[in-house]
Design a protein around this ligand. Structure first.
Ligand code: SF4
Ligand SMILES: [Zn+2]
Length: 402
């Protein structure tokens, strides 16, 4: 069984054990975005996304995913879930594309009771939205569930976002800390397509321990892999630092740095005009001081990708235009922006690459600090050799999927 690294899981569990519970009054949040949801050229869509309070992701509880913090509420019963979603939906008469999801997995009954899930699909079917979207781990999907959901939505197109993050198993296990296998991903995309639904892959830029150059290459390779393995669209997320995550612990010690928005632009440039037709973006314009953030207690934002104050507005405006359906010309234009911070970013990436050494040695050095400083040494002393051999045995020097 493919598993997230044991040190990463232990560290995440230790950090998450101390996080505060979500504030009692937080029941849902609504986020609106102008996006493309089909390969370009495609219509600009207004996607309204309702996130509702839930027990949270079971993989978060198991210590997975270095960058995530989505599980600090109690079990929420069907009635509460349904009344929150009903209240959120009543705020608008018209929907173009509608997303409704917990912050984890819509199809995991330990998080969203089956009756609540069915009621949500029925409410969505009663709106005028043309598209319905939600989030799920591939492992909790089945052909029968997808078929039933497509039927309940009464003709709306069903999009399901799968958190792929990386298609390179080594990066996935030891940097992202996620136990998602290529096989379960492929099975989910095939089942979705078989029933006329649309698989969307959430892909991370900026996993811990990678240099910025490795992160760009790894993400380019992952997007190409996802598109070749059933994805209708890829949603690219440049990583943010959230509170109560291992990533935050690393960031506080200068072991992690969020990717620059120039790395996001460079990822899109390297993908080229063909692959970027099927790429959308998310969480690229967050800011720790943004008043429109979702503002849950359990999910504070500590650092976000940016450029410099001189060019930030132009860069974000162009990324917004790309996300709303503009073509590759926007990315070419951004790649030619002449700002001092872009030259600085290029120098930093080159210097970091020159000094980085091998990824497996770098990861082991960081694990040594986590094992000693965060976990107190005893567990790490007993497990270091085993973890080191896992790092060495499976590493072929590559950060892109085979
Ligand atoms: S990234 Fe997804 S699978 Fe991982 S902990 Fe967060 S919600 Fe769960
Ligand atoms: Zn700048």
């Amino acid at each position: 069984m493919f598993q997230a690294n044991s040190l990463v899981r232990k560290a995440n569990i230790s950090i998450r054990a101390r996080r505060p519970r979500e504030q009692d009054g937080w029941r849902y949040a609504v986020r609106r975005q102008q996006v493309t949801m089909d390969p370009r050229p495609s219509a600009e869509r207004t996607l309204t996304f309702v996130y509702f309070r839930s027990f949270g992701c079971r993989f978060d509880r198991a210590g997975e995913c270095t960058m995530c913090n989505y599980a600090a509420a109690e079990r929420v019963d069907t009635e509460s879930v349904v009344s929150s979603v009903r209240e959120a939906l009543a705020k608008q008469d018209h929907y173009d594309a509608l997303g409704i999801s917990p912050f984890g997995n819509m199809f995991d009954v330990s998080e969203v009771p089956a009756e609540a899930r069915d009621a949500i699909f029925d409410m969505a079917a009663g709106t005028d939205a043309g598209i319905f979207s939600c989030e799920s781990r591939p492992e909790t999907l089945s052909g029968a569930l997808i078929e039933e959901t497509v039927g309940r939505l009464k003709g709306k197109r069903l999009f399901i976002n799968l958190g792929l993050e990386s298609a390179n198993p080594w990066v996935q296990a030891h940097c992202v800390g996620k136990s998602l296998s290529a096989e379960s991903y492929r099975a989910a995309t095939a089942a979705l397509r078989e029933h006329g639904a649309f698989p969307v892959s959430n892909i991370l830029l900026g996993a811990p321990f990678l240099t910025e150059e490795e992160a760009i290459e790894s993400t380019v390779g992952t997007i190409r892999w996802a598109l070749a393995n059933g994805s209708h669209l890829c949603v690219l997320f440049p990583s943010n630092v959230k509170g109560w995550t291992l990533q935050e612990w690393l960031w506080e010690r200068d072991i992690y740095r969020v990717p620059s928005l120039w790395s996001l632009v460079e990822t899109l440039r390297r993908l080229g005009p063909d692959a970027t037709r099927s790429v959308a973006l998310s969480w690229y314009s967050a800011s720790p001081t943004d008043p429109h953030r979702l503002n849950q207690v359990s999910d504070p934002l500590r650092a976000a990708p940016t450029t410099c104050p001189r060019c930030r507005e132009t860069v974000i405006k162009n990324l917004d235009a790309f996300n709303a359906g503009a073509g590759f010309g926007v990315i070419t234009g951004l790649s030619e922006v002449d700002c001092l911070c872009r030259a600085e970013w290029q120098r930093r990436v080159a210097a970091q690459t020159a000094e980085a050494g091998s990824l497996d040695a770098r990861v082991l050095r960081a694990y040594d600090r986590i094992g000693t400083e965060l976990l107190g040494g005893q567990w790490w002393d007993g497990n270091r050799d085993k973890v080191r051999s896992e790092l060495e045995v499976s590493y072929d020097g590559s950060v892109v999927p085979a």
